[in-house]
Design a protein around this ligand. Structure first.
Ligand SMILES: *Cc1c(COP(=O)(O)O)cnc(C)c1O
Length: 233
C-alpha cells in the first residue's frame, strides 16, 4: 500500500483496519454508540476514505482548517468540537449540525443570535470540565445544572446533552461521575423546555473510548486511533 503524502505514515489499509477494530469493540459492548472521526490535521483524501468505509460523522476543531478543507470532502455530517471563539461563530453556524464545546453564556448567546439570523435551531452540548483541570475549558459539574437551564432557555438553541474530555489516565470513577451528572441533567432538562431532547453524551477519545462507552457515551470522538498519530507541523 502506498504511503500517503500527509503528516503521518498511516496508510489507507491502516485506517481500514483501525476502523473495523473500533466497530468490533463497539459491537461487543452491545451499546448504540456513534463513531465520530476527528479530522484535525488529516488530509481530505483520508477523510474521504473514512467516509467511504462507513464513517458518518466528522468532528472538526479548528475553524480555519475546516473552512479550508470542507469543499474537498464528500458531504458528511460535521460537528464542531474545539474551543470556539465568539467572533468565529458566524463562520460555522450554517456549516455544522452540532457544537459540542459550549462553555460560556457569551458563546451560547452568540450561537443563539447567529442561528436566529439563519432561521435555524442549533444543536449544542454543554462542555463539562469533569476533572476540574485548570488547563481545560468547560463548566464545572457543580454549576452545570444552572448553566444548562439558562442555555436551554435560548430560543434558537437546542441543548442535546453534554461533552467532556476526562483527564488523561484518570480513574473510572470520573467517567461514572460524568454519567451520573448526565442522567441527572437529562431529567432536569425535560422540565426546562418543551420538546427537550437531551440524549447525547460525547465522551471518549482514542485512549479511553471503551471506558467511556461503559459509562454511557453515545458519541466517541476518535482521531489518532483511526488516522494515526498527529504530527503538528
Ligand atoms: C483531538 C480531539 C479528539 C481526538 O483525540 P484522539 O486522542 O486523537 O482520539 C477528541 N476530542 C477533541 C475535542 C479533540 O480535540
Amino acid at each position: 500500500m502506498e504511503k500517503l503524502s500527509d503528516n503521518t505514515q498511516t496508510t489507507f489499509e491502516d485506517i481500514r483496519r483501525n476502523y473495523l477494530g473500533i466497530c468490533e469493540n463497539i459491537a461487543r459492548s452491545g451499546r448504540e454508540v456513534r463513531i465520530m472521526a476527528v479530522t484535525k490535521t488529516v488530509s481530505f483524501e483520508r477523510i474521504n476514505y473514512a467516509l467511504d468505509l462507513g464513517v458518518s460523522l466528522l468532528g472538526e476543531n479548528r475553524v480555519q482548517e475546516y473552512l479550508d478543507k470542507r469543499e474537498n470532502y464528500k458531504p458528511a455530517e460535521v460537528h464542531f468540537i474545539g474551543g470556539l471563539q465568539t467572533n468565529k461563530v458566524k463562520y460555522i453556524i450554517d456549516k455544522v449540525s452540532m457544537i459540542h464545546s459550549v462553555d460560556s453564556m457569551r458563546l451560547a448567546e452568540e450561537i443563539n443570535r447567529r442561528a436566529a439570523q439563519h432561521g435555524i435551531i442549533m444543536d449544542i452540548l454543554t462542555e463539562i470540565n469533569i476533572g476540574e483541570e485548570q488547563t481545560k475549558g468547560g463548566i464545572t459539574a457543580d454549576s452545570a445544572g444552572e448553566f444548562c437551564a439558562e442555555v436551554a432557555a435560548l430560543p434558537n438553541i437546542r441543548l442535546r446533552g453534554l461533552m467532556t474530555i476526562p483527564p488523561a489516565g484518570c480513574s473510572e470513577s470520573v467517567f461514572a461521575k460524568m454519567q451520573e451528572l448526565f442522567e441527572h441533567l437529562k431529567v432536569e432538562n425535560a422540565h426546562n423546555r418543551e420538546n427537550a431532547m437531551f440524549d447525547t453524551l460525547s465522551m471518549g477519545m482514542s485512549g479511553d473510548y471503551e471506558t467511556a462507552i461503559k459509562y454511557g457515551a453515545t458519541i466517541v470522538r476518535i482521531g489518532s486511533g483511526l488516522f494515526g498519530y498527529r504530527k503538528y507541523l
